[in-house]
Ligand binder design. Sequence first.
Ligand code: ATR
Length: 300
Amino acid sequence: MTSSASMDLHTDPSLFRGLDVYAVVGNPIAHSKSPLIHAKFAEQSNQAMHYGHLQPDLGGFAKAAQDFFAAGGKGMNVTVPFKLDAQALAQVLTPRAKLAGAVNTLWIEGQQIFGDNTDGAGLVRDLLAQGITLRGARILLLGAGGAARGVLSPLLDQLPKNLVIANRSAAKAGELVSIFANLAKEKNTTLESVTLEGLEDSKNTAPFDLVINATAAGLDNQSPLSHAAAANVFVPSSFAYEMLYGKTSRFMQQALQRGARVSDGLGMLVEQAADAFLIWRGNELASSIDPRAVLAQLRS
Ligand code: ATR
């Protein structure tokens, strides 16, 4: 195992003989809730395992991951900014990871590194757990980066009526529509793209049942929606989902001002972790873990 300064020794598998070791990998990573979430799942399902965190330097993901697996590490969750590096490292990708264009879960099987993406499934499960109907819904997805792409196929699998992708850069939204056009057709979903300014046109913008913010705007205390766009897309029956978590974002405030219900992305974080946990430890543990109880503990 490398003694790189970027490596947190608490994740060094050689220190945990006999115990399966996992880690979340990102930069920065110190404030990640994943170690706590996985510790709760392990406790609920009686699994002897250790889950720590690694912070490779930017550009250092592949080496850190290879060292981790070479030392006996069993699996990794991967977060910003390494999801594309994780996809490149994986020797076998699940179909949904291919469609997502990014990997958030890695594990060793035989001699090969497998990669999956559980983000979209996590989002869908959190929405369903909050009572949101996706089948036949009119959905607005804000953003066209990795976070948006990662959730498109699981959202389409729920058979919404319309899915509109709105992004600051129109070209990126158009690219996503091309990539997912066939899947949308298969699901009988109308998939289209608009610019963020396009949402300000009240004649051509009907309100949405569900508006998902997959942009990074909240990190700068901004919303991708202008005042005029927010007035067009939200009605009191709308549900606004912010993928970031930790505070009531500007986007969530805009929805609340129009009487809509809102959620941050903490439930998505817990649910994607649950999927990763079951991939690693076995699906038969599904009835032993309780992601909603873990979410409630995190919120309290
Ligand atoms: P991620 O993996 O988090 O999706 P990304 O691939 O860099 O990160 O994508 C960031 C997304 O947030 C993009 O859709 C970006 O819009 P552009 O494609 O036009 O750059 C969007 N974004 C970031 N800051 C934004 C802001 N202040 N307002 C609106 N959209 C923003």
